[in-house]
Design a protein around this ligand. Structure first.
Ligand code: SF4
Length: 351
């Protein structure tokens, strides 16, 4: 145990200072920049996050600017990143910080925890990277590294194991520059000790217990397996003289606040125009089909089969809105439906 602790302070720190990636949120790790980047990085790869982070910070450079923005603008800036509750929580959190802390993130863990969407990991990250406090930030990367360093075979998705891992991470932090080791653990998990570990270039190889026992590939263990559900949907792109028929997803739906074309769940992939005709009170003229689009969100894998229709009527349809083509760039779409819209535009059916 002592060997691992001292190796973390020395080898890991040296390795990190030499190898760390030049990420935009590391240039000036203000509390707000750390908060935004850490929320974006949850469930999302660094390469995807970088352009979103840069656009976000240009559009909302301060917590006050974010708090003052309207929710449509916030969701539009998040469009394509997925897990939109993160954007809504950031927005609500910014309003809370303005109201309760004068627009400045507090330094202590208890006050930070009161902010919507700021969980133990984000609290640790803000304290360590922005305020340079002795605090561990334990995300999935760090849990994987720790499970291997200590050759832990208990499932890391069990609350008592998570608590133990947090304790181990805190023990590894040295008194001097603890934030460097806190960030180095994350970097090691993200770049070297990934799902398939590259032990041959790992600074912790000499002290890693799972490397010594040959168990790296079996760890970490998880108790729960998320069952992936396959869905098939017919997507109707309906155009009239006004524009396109869309619906804005409502509160309680996964795609809350995002726009989508009318869609209908069917049993399996394939063409079924009758479903569309039977589900909408409109007289439609089928024009053509587009290639299916595969779309994944949370635990779903969806095959979207788009069909393009023309509609002579301009009557309103309950639950939907006719949107003019000029309005579309301002609207946020779910990723799958955004790709369908791009395919429609490419086909040139726009007026
Ligand atoms: S030696 Fe391998 S398993 Fe151990 S910490 Fe390094 S990369 Fe991970």
């Amino acid at each position: 145990m002592k060997t691992i602790i001292s190796a973390c302070s020395n080898h890991l720190k040296d390795w990190f200072l030499l190898q760390r990636r030049p990420l935009p949120w590391r240039i000036d790790p203000t509390p707000y920049a750390v908060w935004v980047s850490e929320v974006m990085l949850q469930q999302t790869q660094v390469a995807v996050v970088i352009p979103y982070f840069e656009r976000w910070m240009a559009r909302f450079p301060t917590i006050s600017a974010l708090a003052e923005a309207d929710s449509d603008t916030v969701i539009k800036m998040w469009e394509g990143l997925g897990y939109y509750s993160r954007a809504r929580n950031l927005h609500a959190g910014a309003k809370y910080v303005v109201e309760h802390f004068g627009g400045i993130l507090p330094k202590d863990a208890e006050a930070l925890s009161q902010i919507k969407g700021v969980g133990p990991y984000t609290v640790g990250a803000i304290r360590a990277f922005a305020f340079r406090q002795k605090a561990a930030a334990v995300d999935g990367n760090v849990m994987r590294v720790l499970a291997r360093l200590y050759d832990m075979h208990e499932p890391i998705d069990q609350p008592k194991v998570v608590t133990r891992l947090r304790g181990l991470a805190e023990e590894l932090l040295p008194e001097e520059e603890p934030w460097v080791v806190a960030e180095a653990l994350i970097e090691l998990g993200a770049t070297v000790c990934g799902r398939r570990p590259s032990c041959e270039c790992c600074p912790m190889r000499q002290v890693c217990q799972s490397y010594a026992k040959g168990t790296c590939e079996q760890l970490p263990k998880k108790a729960k397996r998320v069952a992936i559900q396959k869905l098939f949907r017919i997507v109707a792109i309906i155009q009239n003289a006004h524009g396109l028929l869309l619906r804005r997803c409502e509160e309680g739906e996964i795609m809350h606040d995002l726009h989508e074309f009318p869609y209908f769940d069917v049993e399996s992939g394939g063409i079924d125009r009758a479903v569309v005709d039977a589900s909408l009170p409109l007289s439609l003229v089928w024009q053509y089909d587009l290639s299916p689009v595969e779309h994944a969100f949370t635990r779903y894998r969806v095959q979207l089969t788009p069909m393009v229709f023309h509609c002579a009527s301009t009557d309103s349809v309950a639950g939907y809105q006719w949107k003019r083509w000029e309005e579309l760039p301002e609207l946020a779409f779910s990723s799958g439906h955004r790709r369908i819209l791009q395919a429609v535009i490419k086909q040139g059916i726009t007026p």
